[in-house]
Design a protein around this ligand. Sequence first.
Ligand SMILES: Cc1cc2nc3c(=O)[nH]c(=O)nc-3n(C[C@H](O)[C@H](O)[C@H](O)COP(=O)(O)OP(=O)(O)OC[C@H]3O[C@@H](n4cnc5c(N)ncnc54)[C@H](O)[C@@H]3O)c2cc1C
Length: 391
Amino acid sequence: MDLTLDATQADLRERARVYARDVLQPHEAEFERNGGTLPAETIRELKRRAIELDLHGGSLPVEAGGQGWSALEQVLVHEQLGQVTGGLWSFIPGAYNALAACSPEQRRRYLEPSLRGERTGSYAITEPGQGSDARTLAATAVEDPSTREYVLNGEKWFVTGPSDTDFMIFHCHLLEGGERKPTLFLVDYDEPGVEMTGDPDYTHTFADRHPQFTLTDVRVPATAILGAIGEADAMTNQWFVEERLHIGARCTGAMERLLTLAVEWATGRIQFGQRIYDFQGVSFPLADSAADAAAARLLTREAAWHMDQHADPKVVHARASVAKLFASEAAYRCADRVVQVFGGRGYMREFAAERFLRELRVDRIWEGTSEIQRMVIARALEKRGVDRVVG
Ligand SMILES: Cc1cc2nc3c(=O)[nH]c(=O)nc-3n(C[C@H](O)[C@H](O)[C@H](O)COP(=O)(O)OP(=O)(O)OC[C@H]3O[C@@H](n4cnc5c(N)ncnc54)[C@H](O)[C@@H]3O)c2cc1C
């Protein structure tokens, strides 16, 4: 395995670094102070700069209007984005990879405006009764034979996207011939019957909101089906694997920033007449975090490399789970240690360490909890073989 970056990859990483450090980070404190909002003009500027730096639509193929990044290239970018608090990277124009399956009409209506930063979509899978077990969703679609329309019903929770999000990918079961066929539909938020029933606050202060929706007898044409009937589980699973790699990468980036801030602080802070960095009680937890960060980076890049080599998808799935499990658990440990190193300042929202401690918690929950990652890994150890998962 060769993980050496070529010139194009190094350039991409540098552009992402510039965007994270020079464009996004300066807005973190204001964003937190304002309870998770930025002026509309600032958001437009963040989108414009992302497009200018060719960071929009990164994971979508070039034919679909994206940048066509390899999995490793996506990881390189997300390592940089993870160094930003507030999830401000959500303002980068883009679209879920499922939109690569858009028909020409769907492309014009959803994908192209998303890549221009004019529209934003969410991915609605989770329901009040169905979370980790996403194969048993209650949401349904039924065809009305008189109009050939599909009638959608269901309740969706944690429907993530910035506040201007205006359409969702609705994951449901199409009831047909006594069968339940997992199918994705593209649904505009302003369709009659779509109601946002709640917009709760969460532990983090994030660019994304996570509202709840009820769809009651929402009528959509057959052209609203994304991909093919019965394909939703496979398409959503592909998203889970990709996003687990992104999470692993962002957690790695978060650890790098946390360590940078902690070393800078601890080597300057004097207590008992000496630098607190010279107390092993302070520096050893940082050394442990450095080992965590380095391991997380390798695991994530290695899983991406396997994906790029078109390895057995089940093995890639397991390796992505290993990376997400390790990196998310490690990043939370790291944030906790760094908060301790900052002392009282670590508990102040104006310090990045405090924000990371709140924000990194969800990485152990979304896109499959740590327990679900362990299930995926344990199953792969038995079915694919230990050597293919860890070798
Ligand atoms: C901020 C945020 C944003 C989100 N964004 C989205 C989104 O955009 N779209 C979307 O569809 N969903 C989204 N989610 C939902 C997220 O994916 C789920 O919360 C997650 O999958 C867990 O499901 P659940 O909350 O229903 O918990 P449950 O599935 O009820 O699990 C509760 C607990 O039981 C454990 N558990 C469950 N089954 C097992 C098992 N077999 N073995 C061991 N332990 C088990 C879990 O690990 C967890 O600790 C988001 C969630 C959050 C918090």
